[in-house]
Design a protein. Sequence first.
Length: 619
Amino acid sequence: MIDNYGINIWGDNNFIIKNSTVNINHKSQPSLLEITKEIRNQGYKGPLLLRFPHLIKKQISTLYEEFNRAKKEFGYRGSFQAVFPLKVNQLANFVSALINVSKEFNYGLEAGSKAELLIAITHTPMGAPITVNGFKDKEMISLCFIAANMGHNITITIEGLGELETIIAVNREFNAKKKIAVIPKIGVRIRLHSSGIGVWAKSGGYSSKFGLSSTELLEAYDLIKKHHLLKQLWMIHFHIGSQMSEIAPLKKALREAGNIYADLKNRGATALNAINIGGGLAVEYSQQEENKEVNYSLKEFSNDVVFVMKEISKNKGIEEPDIFTESGRFIASSHAVLIAPVLELFSQDYHEKSLRLKEVNPPLITELNELWISLNRANAREYLHDALDHMESLLTLFDLGYIDLEDRSNTEILVNLIIKKSILLLENDASSELKKLQNKIQERYLLNFSIFQSLPDFWGLEQNFPMMPIDKLNIKASNPATIWDITCDSDGEIAFNDNAPLYLHDVDVTKDEYFLAFFLTGAYQEVLGMKHNLFTHPTEVLIEFDDKGHYQIENLIESQNIMDVLDEMNYDKITLDKKLKDMIKKSNLVNQEEKNNLQTRLDFYLSENSYLKTIQANK
């Protein structure tokens, strides 16, 4: 059976294996290989980031459909609304695509900084909600007032009592002469006792960074009432962490937050009409059934939210609130696919052609060679054990100085060949011994990308991402694979993991291109990516589909060239360029033509990005 790399677990039917390639399960179903080669044929080498706007729309549509279904099923009278938290992905190509595909849903944006707020003001359609979270100063709150007076439906979420006092002061300034300025809606973020689980659990609980305690909440309510702003108090907000792998903590938090909402409503906050449950809706990243991270479905998630809020509203005698979510990871992760070319396989020296057998070899090496030549299914297990014993003896002989480096090399090659062939011959024998042996003879695949730039959560949080080759899927992949990136950092690798094994094909990359795809990379990875070793972002494109179902490559943003990266790191590229030209001018080259040729070559190299073209001299 050919490995499908768990695409049925994490793929959500967005990608399919068709013949020998990974294809987009949409319209004409083009292959990732076809798209990749078309872009590379235009001269864009290095890693590629493919964005699929239709997958953004699919996630938004699915989210709304499930909540609207749950509302209908439980007779819920409040509305459902969602906003996208810009911290998940602020890249222009993504945000433009997001707004374009979400118009019919009145989908909004959430901002957590002044720059994000500017994006939200300029990109959110009038009437669609904007929520503003995070710590805010007077200038940021003033920007919210300006947005409200432009006509935006904007809510300022209070993270502390100081922010509320600033809102009161800014309101006084805006309405100094006449009470005509529009005041933004006010939300209050509450610090729950309930917390999430996993890496992001600290987003909830009493020690969390954001939100008001019960005592602070009562003080805030009194202050809002005193300054006649109860008509603006519209939303209660909480958040217990990104990537909630289990549903139980959310249900507990919902009950706590719902009761706080109901208490404020019954206390006199008559304009209070929305509860924002934050983000956290999890994405399944696992490629193995036994390692699945998420224990609930979107249907269960929406059912639980609607049911709990309806139950609390009924028990407390209040109207059912509008429900808001900010599940950015769920919306963004699936839309982006990172494609990285394989440059070299670093263990391919263990091939028969690399043997350096002598006319007269040590007896144990002669025996190893005979084992290799006569190996078959009937004797495979016995010969395998003999080979492993011979290797230990020969390595001991090398340490004692009785055999030389060529003998040691022959030993390593022959034993590796015997192990590989034995595994193939005994592939129907799923013994733990064979699996351990197979996993020991790993191949190191050097990929033309930077983990720190494109998969920072793998490096920083050990977050796994689904990965697989994009072609040759009609051939069984048997090489246990460790992935190396091209940074000069030992952390720049995805080591082979026995619990989540990755097997790739044995390919000759001097003759045949081989690409790996990393999926579900659309959330956080791009904005958290760092220029370690000064590697820039991948070349990115939008893949749009026309009315006939054919794909179009649009909005191509090329990787930065070397000089632009240096300029971004505060090196003056004009000064650098002048220094380089002066060095060539003052060089020992006598012939001006030689200097001109050198300058032309240098200019060409500096106009390229930092990623490698190839490391095979014959290509």
